[in-house]
Design a protein around this ligand. Structure first.
Ligand SMILES: C[S@@+](CC[C@H](N)C(=O)[O-])C[C@H]1O[C@@H](n2cnc3c(N)ncnc32)[C@H](O)[C@@H]1O
Length: 421
């Protein structure tokens, strides 16, 4: 009877959502970390699913390597749970992510084509322009702290902290703050941000202004000790005030990449009315407003009070944007609006869900851009849209999180010939 700790030899089949690959043993699926499709590897079983329906495993020895296997650029790649794909060259990482995206669109969304093309041709995952090696892109890091006060990241699916001296994904500006080279006794976690404006802030939690915080470079703000708890980010030439623990895309090229693509697929026109749902500090509202002109109108809806307050400051000079602090589903159910022209949907990981999709499509927009950080939630929500007769005109993935299994995907939903509203 196979169990945790056993060692097996398996053939690696497809990639699966979550950063592991599928193999089989005695009729059961084995989800293997640190492998690549096509490889033959020895694995150690690290866990199993309910009633032993599947196994979790880690590749510990490669018998037949993929041509895409590389030496991990990080010394902690096999123990730290932060990255999944350090052993894969970056272009294959993007192909693996595209496979996952297509699979979720097909399985959960029922899609076999997008915009008249088969999924294999229509759906790809692009790098952020200029990101050649997938390293040095993290501008925001939430470090965990172990009982000895050492910072690190959690081991995969564990609360155990793997201490680190360096994260190769962090930008040089973030690394040079030096959070990772100090001990933080009595601290549970430390958030560090190195914004595109050059501003840097460190927030230990619980609030901690002792020796490690005092010894940080003098330009680094530490709320409670010196400076403020927010930074200015820059996207498409505009400045955005964002709380240190608020939402802002982590890759320095991400915000601009997403806005550019959303603008391209929505083609906003002067005078149109746009909803920016899950609007954060106002990124899409602020950058699409000029396309709609002075006769355009944007309603931005965001549940977080601090994010709305930042959005109001960020967009005080854009009179066509109205910011509503509310949960999206509540706002939609209470809104007197009967129609809108365009919608940007950028929900958190769980996705928008059936009620929001139905309410949004009930407003008869001519196009909806759905920005998703989880391809499974995207696939499910596109399935709801298709059930109402709407069509998926295009889907593009973006590799905003190289070395990890995460990706961002943007889909364009348009009325179909059988649309019901
Ligand atoms: C992925 S972020 C997108 C933020 C923004 N569009 C951007 O690109 O910077 C998702 C946002 O949704 C907000 N949020 C989460 N649940 C929400 C809900 N039920 N209603 C409204 N906003 C919500 C979060 O606070 C967060 O700001």
């Amino acid at each position: 009877m196979t169990g945790v700790g056993d060692r097996l030899t398996v053939e690696i089949e497809a990639i699966a959502h979550g950063g592991h690959c599928v193999a089989r043993h005695e009729g059961r699926v084995v989800f293997v970390r640190h492998a690549i499709p096509g490889e033959r590897v020895d694995v150690v079983i690290t866990g199993q699913g309910p009633k032993g329906r599947y196994f979790l495993a880690d590749a510990v020895n490669v018998i037949q390597a993929s041509p895409d296997r590389v030496d991990a650029p990080c010394a902690y790649a096999s123990t730290c749970g932060g990255c999944d794909f350090q052993h894969v060259n970056v272009s294959r990482q993007r192909e693996l992510k595209a496979d996952v995206l297509r699979e979720q669109l097909a399985r959960l969304g029922g899609l076999d084509q997008v915009g008249g093309q088969p999924l294999a041709d229509a759906v790809r995952v692009d790098p952020v322009a200029g990101d050649m090696d997938g390293l040095g892109w993290r501008t925001r890091v939430r470090y965990a702290v172990d009982p000895q006060g050492r910072v690190g990241f959690h081991r995969h699916h564990s609360h155990e902290v793997v201490p680190i001296d360096e994260c190769v994904l962090a930008t040089p500006e973030l690394t040079s703050i030096g959070v990772q080279t100090r001990d933080w006794p009595g601290t549970r976690e430390v958030v560090a941000v190195a914004a595109s404006s050059g501003e840097r802030v460190v927030v230990p939690s619980p609030t901690h202004v002792g020796t490690p915080a005092r010894s940080l470079p003098v330009d680094v703000a530490v709320p409670g000790l010196r400076g403020r708890n927010w930074v200015r980010e820059i996207a498409e030439g505009r400045e955005w005030r964002v709380a240190a623990d608020g939402f802002w895309q982590v890759h320095p090229g991400a915000a601009g990449t997403l806005v550019h693509y959303v603008r391209e697929i929505l083609s906003p026109l002067p005078g149109e009315h746009l909803l920016d749902l899950y609007s954060g500090v106002g990124l899409f509202a602020g950058l699409l407003a000029p396309n709609l002109g002075p006769s355009g109108q944007i309603d931005a809806v965001e549940v977080s009070v601090p994010a709305c307050s930042d959005a109001r400051r960020n967009l005080h000079d854009v009179p066509t944007v109205r910011i509503h602090q509310s949960a999206v589903d509540t706002w939609l159910s209470e809104s007197p609006l009967e129609t809108v022209d365009l919608v940007v949907l950028d929900p958190p990981r769980g996705g928008a869900g059936r009620r929001v999709i139905e309410a949004v499509l009930g407003l008869s927009p001519r196009a909806v851009a759905y920005v998703a950080c989880d391809p499974a939630a995207l696939g499910r929500d596109l399935g709801y849209a298709r059930a109402l007769g709407w069509e998926v005109a295009c889907v593009r993935g973006f590799d905003l999180f190289p070395m990890t299994h995460h990706m961002e995907a943007v889909a364009l939903i348009v009325p179909g010939s059988a649309t019901t509203q």
